[in-house]
Design a protein around this ligand. Structure first.
Ligand code: TXA
Ligand code: MG
Length: 311
């Protein structure tokens, strides 16, 4: 068992592993997920152990239809229908109250559950083949950078884990998480921006970083490489030098050091960011210096992740 091509046969194998209470990694359009059977407490506990994840940090249940989402949630209303119609399948995670039938262990012990319908052929096939919701956090050791390739997953978990390889993820940054329990509140910024949500339903607010405690995984010190990461203005970067520093830049060239250049558009940047952070970290530098991206629409989630990774 290790990284395998996501052929129909291997998807069937992955589904069998899930049915027998095992764990598999699979690609989604955002990042790779570490999946298990939502309804199987032992399987869920395996995911927490593998990731070294605090067991009060709830998991997202991945479904392939709105009907499946309704089967595990309470309170799916017209607004949820509108969000799903516009953004599903896609990188939007909706939090509602959890049905009694879902073990609380799959939700970090809370009364709520997060659901998402991923927009990725392999993920969709796997959920259909399995025939039920698959709980899956990002397939990285807790607190580390999320994986956007099968190799990233393999680097974190080794040969013991069955990984369906679907190539690099298209979005590269995790889903937007919105709580629909009470007023619509964005708990984690992601590929879909708050402004886009406001086009579909009214009254969406975003938790400020300081008030961000409702989504335990949104705490700072997430997405962090081992090396110290520092955010710097273009001007600061241009004056910097140091052979033992890796620079992640968009346009600016430092005086010396190893440079990884990222794309100028937010979509392409997001897609390559985590791979670049992992690549930089693998060089074991003294520090990773990152050129601050623009503070304009399209860059919200990227700036959020960079802030956390450098906190
Ligand atoms: O794009 C994604 O969302 C990826 C792919 C695999 O779907 N998954 C992912 O899962 O990023 P994870 O576990 O790494 O992050 C889920 C986030 C965490 O911050 C968690 O605390 C929050 O969603 N979350 C999940 N269920 C929640 C709940 N019931 N209440 C509040 N926050 C919740
Ligand atoms: Mg994660």
């Amino acid at each position: 068992m290790t990284v395998v091509l996501a052929t129909q046969e291997n998807i069937r194998k992955a589904s069998q592993i899930l049915s027998s209470g095992g764990v598999v990694a699979f690609p989604t359009e955002t990042v790779y997920g570490l999946g298990c059977d939502t309804t199987n407490k032992e399987a869920v506990s395996r995911v927490y152990t593998l990731k070294n994840r605090p067991n009060d940090n709830p998991l997202i249940a991945h479904v392939s239809t709105v009907e499946e989402a309704k089967k595990i949630t309470i309170g799916w209303d017209d607004r949820c229908d509108q969000l799903a119609e516009r953004f599903w399948p896609g990188p939007l995670t909706i939090i509602l109250n959890r049905r009694e039938s879902v073990p609380k262990e799959a939700c970090g012990g809370t009364d709520t559950i997060a659901v998402r319908c991923p927009n990725h052929e392999i993920a969709k096939k796997l959920i259909k083949e399995f025939g039920g919701p698959i709980s899956a956090p990002s397939a990285n050791i807790s607190g580390h950078t999320s994986p956007t390739t099968a190799t990233h997953v393999h680097n974190d978990f080794g040969d013991e884990l069955f990984v369906l390889d679907g190539g690099p993820c298209d979005k590269g940054i995790e889903s937007t998480v919105i709580s629909m329990v009470g007023n619509p509140t964005v708990l984690r910024r992601g590929s879909i921006e708050v402004g886009e949500l406001l086009h579909v339903i009214s009254g969406v607010v975003a938790q400020t970083p300081a008030s961000q405690n409702e989504s335990p995984g949104s705490s700072d010190k997430h997405y962090a490489p081992n090396a110290r990461m520092v955010l710097q203005s273009s001007k600061e970067i241009s004056k910097q030098y140091g052979e033992d520093i890796v620079f992640l830049v968009i346009k600016t060239k430092p005086a010396s050091g190893t440079v990884i250049t990222l794309p100028t558009t937010s979509g392409e940047y997001a897609k390559l960011l985590y791979a670049a952070i992992r690549e930089a970290d693998a060089m074991k530098p003294k520090a990773i210096h990152v050129e601050k991206p623009p503070n304009t629409p399209g860059w919200e989630a990227i700036n959020d992740r960079l802030r956390r990774a450098s906190s």
